[in-house]
Design a binder for this molecule. Structure first.
Ligand code: NAP
Length: 262
């Protein structure tokens, strides 16, 4: 039997980190396919405005929460199931980026990054898997990053949290496939969002957020485990990570200017 593929007739979709950036654009894209999309983030007013401004074919429903609040994540799953009948598709997208340098290490940066980017996902994932297992089907997408592929300057906390997500999702795939729960990761390159606005370096192949959301939605409809865009950049980065470390480090240091900056 082919592995489950969500569609709007199978139940609702849930996206975390949906008050802006990639999550908001994906919510509009999925609602455009006809889904009822539960949109979560901390900014309740923004979510309410998105829900009331949206005009069909699907629906946006505001479901404010902080992904670091474990009980709130479990209650969110219960609410989605009780209101919509089934949670067919969950996209764990909430995330943040705090740069960190080796000469100014800080426990707080690691704690906050793992708290939101990694444990924020497990807080949502566990009740979601339980609910999809009961339903006998489901589709889950974990939003990682192409920064998960290997070490990058300033990314010791962010990259580690995103690499942990890929490892977790790929490990779970062995158990979730037999439960008819499709699990995927999304590893974007640079997308033009409030998160990347803070970057003070040139971002190769920076992708407009609406275009990124279309590529993301196409990946959700597809069969691949890794949904990635823009491919010209992420595949190049993947290839770079196949190199031996003695070549990888000087190439990355030179192309990012990392070795000069302090
Ligand atoms: N943009 C890129 O180039 C890029 C590249 C690779 C991967 N990604 C990943 O893609 C995802 C979305 O990124 P983005 O660029 O769209 O970022 P963004 O514009 O900063 O949006 C982040 C979203 O996450 C929400 N969020 C943050 N902390 C949260 C928390 N504790 N609880 C609930 N929601 C929270 C924010 O809403 P509130 O502040 O309202 O809570 C917002 O909706 C992230 O996981 C990011 O790591 C982005």
């Amino acid at each position: 039997m082919p592995l489950f593929h969500a569609n709007p007739s199978q139940g609702a979709a849930w996206i975390t980190g949906a008050s802006g950036g990639l999550g908001a654009a994906l919510a509009t894209e999925l609602a455009g396919e006809g889904y009822t999309v539960y949109i979560s983030a901390r900014s309740a007013d923004t979510l309410d405005a998105m829900a009331s401004d949206y005009k069909g074919p699907g629906r946006l429903v505001a479901l404010p929460l902080d992904v670091t609040d474990r009980e709130a994540c479990a209650s969110a799953v219960e609410r989605i199931v009780s209101e919509s009948g089934n949670l067919a598709l969950a996209v764990f997208n909430a995330g943040t980026f705090y740069p960190i340098r080796g000469f100014k290490l800080d426990h707080g940066v690691f704690d906050k990054t793992m708290g939101i980017n990694f444990f924020g996902v497990t807080n949502c994932l566990i009740p979601t898997v339980n609910c999809m297992n009961e339903a006998g089907k489901g589709q889950i997408v974990v939003v990682s990053s192409s920064a998960s592929y290997g070490g990058l300057p300033k990314s010791a906390a962010y990259g580690a949290s995103k690499a942990a997500l890929v490892n977790m999702a790929s490990s779970l795939k062995f158990d979730l496939d037999p439960l008819n729960i499709r699990v995927q990761v999304c590893t974007p390159g640079f997308v033009d969002t409030p998160l990347t606005e803070k970057n003070d370096f040139p971002m190769p192949f920076l992708m407009p957020v609406e275009k990124a959301a279309k590529a993301f939605a196409e990946g959700i409809r597809g069969n691949g485990f890794d949904i990635t865009f823009p491919k010209r950049f992420t595949w190049m980065l993947k290839a770079l990570n196949l190199l031996p470390y003695w070549l990888y480090f000087p190439l990355v240091a030179r192309s990012t200017g990392a070795s000069k900056k302090r």
